[in-house]
Design a protein around this ligand. Structure first.
Ligand code: FPP
Length: 249
């Protein structure tokens, strides 16, 4: 792993501390292309992607952004070649094991969202351990969407609510937005204010469909492993230049 010098340690002075997004979500696209352009196998791109994610997490903490969510593996990603899927599963497990101490030291509270029961057993154990051990931390909420699909999340929430209606615990009239939100994987985590997607694609790709209702979307052509603090600074400047109306005038 290469250790990059940490620049922009403090919040840049052209950003307004009182108008920072309180939750940033990222679609970390472009790892494979980053590697291919350098003649490396795709997995090298994923390894470098982890470094970029670690620095973004640290950056959010340094600059006072209390929540970061990263899309690590979608329900559609199982369609990739088996070796790549296996590599990613092993990478997630290794990273969790390796970084747990650091997360404790840096007061990170980690949570995984998605259909976790379908992940390899050893990864599920590592996920459970990291969530348990960091549960009382409060420095930054770090959410990792793994085997996550937005439509599937909404379907499973509806299914749980339907069961409660069937059991007579609630009536259909009581079903409202707050109740649906309380049955999503992300219960208790405020919706993202800003979605950053790297490598130029202008899509949401089934990520946090419900939660993204009023998120500002920022797309950069930078490939994920090259997304650093100065790029994030640009994204935040762009965000602060926007007027958020939430459907009002
Ligand atoms: C998209 O690039 C990236 C991924 C599918 C994996 C991202 C995962 C990480 C960076 C690791 C996170 C780990 C933990 C434990 C938090 P791509 O492969 O789609 O790139 P391409 O579009 O160039 O092919």
């Amino acid at each position: 792993m290469t250790v990059k010098p940490i620049v922009l340690q403090e919040l840049p002075s052209d950003l307004d501390k009182s108008r920072l997004p309180q939750h940033v979500a990222v679609i970390m696209d472009g790892n494979g292309r980053w590697a291919a352009r350098r003649g490396f196998p795709r997995i090298v791109g994923h390894q470098r992607g982890v470094d970029a994610l670690k620095d973004l997490l640290r950056c959010c903490r340094d600059w006072g952004i209390p929540a970061l969510t990263a899309y690590a593996f979608s329900t559609e990603n199982w369609g990739r070649p088996l070796e790549e899927v296996e590599f990613l599963m092993t990478l997630f497990e290794r990273v969790l094991r390796r970084e747990l101490k650091e997360m404790m030291r840096e007061d990170v509270k980690i949570r995984f969202v998605g259909n976790l029961a379908a992940l390899p057993h050893s990864l599920q154990q590592e996920i459970a351990r990291s969530m348990q051990e960091t549960a009382a931390n409060s420095g930054i909420q770090f959410t990792v969407a793994t085997n996550y699909g937005g439509r599937q999340e909404i379907v499973q929430a509806c299914r749980e609510i339907a069961k409660k209606v069937q059991q007579g615990l609630i009536s259909p009239e009581e079903v409202d937005e707050a109740m649906l939100e309380n049955h999503l994987y992300t219960v208790g985590i405020p919706s993202p204010d800003l979605l950053v997607r790297t490598s130029g694609e202008m899509r949401i790709s089934n990520f946090l469909l419900w939660q993204m209702a009023y998120a500002e979307i920022y797309v950069t052509s930078t490939l994920w492993p090259d997304f650093d603090r100065s790029q994030f600074h640009e994204a935040l400047k762009d965000y602060q230049g926007r007027e958020r109306r939430f459907g009002k005038l």
